[in-house]
Write a protein that binds this ligand. Structure first.
Ligand SMILES: Nc1nc2c(ncn2[C@@H]2O[C@H](COP(=O)(O)OP(=O)(O)OP(=O)(O)O)[C@@H](O)[C@H]2O)c(=O)[nH]1
Ligand SMILES: [Mg+2]
Length: 325
C-alpha cells in the first residue's frame, strides 16, 4: 500500500506528444474464430499485442496467419487481468487501447478514444450509457449490476462514471505507475488477475485525481463462442475490488498531480467522420486539503458542471434477447 501511495505522490503528468503512437492490447482466450474477423479490422498502428490465455483452440495460429504484424504474447497466470498486465508491460506506444477479441469492440471507435487523450484526458473510458453509446451484448441483469456498481464507485470515489464495467478503454502509457496493475512475474494468482482488473484501474485512476473523459461506445454482440465472465462471481469480485480500493486509498491525498485539464472540445468530428464527443469526468480530488488547491478544484468543478450542462444525457441500454444467459 505504501509503495503505491509513494508512486502516486511522485507522479506528475509528463509532457506529451501531439501525435501519440498507439498500442492495441488484445486479451484472447479461445477466440480463434473471432480473431479471424477482428484482427483484420484493426488499423495499422504502432503495435498490436495479442495476449493469449492458454487457449486450447488455434488462437495463436490465427494471429500469426491473419495478422503477422501483431506480436503474440503468452500470459503468465490465469484471467483477463493478468493478460492485460502482460500486454501493458510489453507495450511501447504512447497510448494503450484495451480491445476485446470477441468482436464486441468496434475498431472504428479507436480514433475517438485517442482524440479524447489528445484533448487532455489521462484516461479515455468507454461508455455504453452515453447518448451515442449502446450495447447489443449486455443482459438486463448485467446492466442492473453495472448500474449498481457504478453508483457505488461514484459515491465512494466522487466520480461521475456512467459505465464502470466496460472494458473498452484507452490511456496514456505514462499513467501505468499510478494504476500499478499486478506484475506479470510469479505463478501464484494475484488479486487483479481476473475481470476485476478494469474496476481496479477505474478506482485507482479516480483516487489519483487523473483526468477522465468518457467516450460513447457501442458494444456489439460477441461473434462466436461463450463469455468467460460469470455474472455473480465476477460481480462480487468487482464489488470487493471497489471496497478494497476505497480502503487502500484511506482518504490519503494524492500529491504532485497536476490540476485537471478543463478545456475539453465537445462533439468534434474527425476526418474519418467519427464522433469524438466525450465527457470530462475529472475527479473532484480528495487531495484538496490546502485552500489554494481547494479553490482550484472548485473552479475546475464549476467549469465541469457547465460542460455537463451540455453533455450528452445518459440513456438506458437496450435490453437484449440474451437476458436469460
Ligand atoms: N488472455 C486472456 N484473455 C481473456 C481471459 N478471459 C477473458 N479474456 C478475453 O477478454 C475479453 C473479454 O472477455 P469476455 O469473455 O468476452 O467477457 P466480457 O466481454 O467481459 O463479457 P461479455 O459481455 O459476456 O462478453 C475477450 O477477448 C476474452 O477472450 C483470460 O483468462 N485470458
Ligand atoms: Mg465480451
Amino acid at each position: 500500500m505504501s509503495t503505491l501511495r509513494h508512486v502516486r505522490s511522485q507522479w506528475v503528468r509528463p509532457e506529451r506528444t501531439a501525435t501519440p503512437s498507439v498500442t492495441i492490447v488484445v486479451p484472447a482466450r479461445n477466440e480463434a474464430r473471432n480473431l479471424e474477423v477482428v484482427l483484420p479490422q484493426l488499423p495499422a498502428v504502432h503495435e498490436i499485442l495479442v495476449v493469449d490465455g492458454h487457449s486450447s483452440d488455434d488462437t495463436a495460429d490465427v494471429v500469426r496467419r491473419v495478422r503477422p504484424d501483431a506480436r503474440l504474447l503468452q500470459q503468465t497466470r490465469r484471467g483477463k487481468g493478468n493478460a492485460l498486465a502482460v500486454g501493458f508491460e510489453n507495450a511501447t506506444g504512447d497510448v494503450v487501447v484495451m480491445f476485446d477479441a470477441d468482436g464486441s469492440a468496434d475498431a472504428d471507435e479507436i480514433p475517438a478514444y485517442v482524440a479524447a487523450l489528445e484533448a487532455g484526458a489521462d484516461f479515455a473510458k468507454g461508455s455504453r450509457v452515453l447518448a451515442a453509446g449502446g450495447s447489443e451484448d449486455i443482459t438486463v441483469l448485467r446492466d442492473a449490476g453495472n448500474r449498481g456498481l457504478t453508483l457505488v464507485v461514484n459515491t465512494l470515489f466522487r466520480t461521475r462514471y456512467t459505465d464502470l464495467c466496460y472494458g473498452y478503454n484507452a490511456f496514456w502509457r505514462d499513467i501505468l505507475p499510478v494504476v500499478s496493475v499486478p506484475a506479470s512475474a510469479g505463478a501464484d494468482p494475484v488479486w487483479g488477475d481476473g475481470f476485476e482488473i478494469e474496476t481496479l484501474i477505474n478506482c485507482r485512476i479516480a483516487a489519483a485525481g487523473l483526468v477522465i473523459h468518457e467516450v460513447p461506445s457501442v458494444e456489439k454482440e460477441r461473434i462466436h463462442g461463450e463469455s468467460n465472465l460469470n455474472t455473480f462471481r465476477d460481480g462480487f469480485r468487482v464489488l470487493r475490488t471497489i471496497l478494497r480500493e476505497r480502503l487502500r486509498r484511506g482518504g490519503a491525498s494524492p500529491r504532485g498531480i497536476e490540476p485537471p485539464v478543463v478545456e475539453v472540445p465537445a462533439a468534434e468530428v474527425l476526418p474519418q467522420g467519427l464522433r469524438t464527443d466525450h465527457v470530462d469526468l475529472t475527479v473532484a480530488s480528495a487531495a484538496a486539503e490546502d485552500p489554494t488547491e481547494r479553490e482550484r478544484q472548485h473552479r475546475a468543478d464549476d467549469a465541469q458542471r457547465e460542460r455537463h450542462a451540455v453533455a450528452p444525457e445518459p440513456r438506458r441500454l437496450a435490453p437484449t434477447s440474451q437476458e436469460a444467459r
